[in-house]
Write a protein that binds this ligand. Structure first.
Ligand SMILES: Nc1nc2c(c(=O)[nH]1)N[C@H]1C(S)=C(S)[C@@H](COP(=O)(O)O)O[C@H]1N2
Ligand SMILES: [Mo]
Length: 206
């Protein structure tokens, strides 16, 4: 294979896929190196001092965590790929945050709970079945990206990060988690996005 860049057989993206020996790119996606901002509406400015996470619904006890309460659950790091329904994907994002599994250890969820609704400051919502969260070891509520606090436009101080689903399921500015007795559509799901959103089977729109 030639090393002359004008005659290369493979694009960087293809070379990367070949080098890693796996097809990382879900069908219908193309890679981007920058990180687009996709927000419906205004960007809420939420300081860590005022930020709270409230958990309610199908739980034995509702609770509210402050920023310090939340950090006390312990921070982990994860590297993963993000796939937006508008066809861009971005590889190798380094996240810091609290794993979903660590959050679940603090909550007594009722057996009736099927799904969660993430509620954002500003009003955005998105639904995710508990099964998806439980089977995704990498799911977290993220506080940092590439060794820096998550910026406001990307959902800081705290955003969902669920790499197994399209990126609209990763709510920015999360302030509430509601446990639901049955799955119900969130914001984009009511406007025709797929109720589930698996990028590998292209569950884009319903
Ligand atoms: N609160 C909130 N969360 C959101 C959105 C939004 O508009 N509001 N957009 C979603 C969509 S469609 C995508 S693709 C990602 C984009 O995240 P980014 O702007 O950090 O790339 O956030 C998701 N989470
Ligand atoms: Mo999106």
């Amino acid at each position: 294979m030639t090393t002359n860049s004008s005659e290369r057989l493979f694009s960087d993206d293809q070379a990367q896929r070949i080098a890693t020996g796996e097809d990382r790119l879900p069908p219908g996606q193309r890679l981007t190196r920058d990180w687009p901002v996709l927000t419906y509406g205004a960007t809420p400015e939420v300081s860590t001092a005022e930020w709270q996470l409230t958990i309610w619904g199908e739980v034995e006890q509702e609770l509210t965590w402050s920023w310090d309460d939340f950090l006390a659950l312990g921070l982990s790091t994860e590297t993963n790929d993000i796939h937006c329904v508008t066809h861009w994907s971005r590889y190798d994002n380094d996240w810091e945050g609290v794993l979903w599994s660590a959050i679940m250890r603090q909550i007594k969820v009722k057996p009736s709970a099927q799904s969660v609704m993430f509620h954002s400051y500003g009003g955005y919502t998105t639904n995710v079945p508990l099964e998806d969260l439980a089977s995704d070891d990498h799911a977290m509520l993220a506080t940092g990206w590439n060794n820096a606090p998550l910026t406001a436009n990307h959902g800081g101080p705290v955003r969902g990060m669920i790499p197994s689903l399209y990126f609209w399921k990763s709510a920015k500015w999360v302030g509430g988690i509601e446990f639901l007795p049955q799955d119900r559509p969130g914001f984009w799901e009511m406007y025709g996005y797929h109720i589930h959103g698996d990028p590998w089977t292209e569950q884009r729109y319903s």
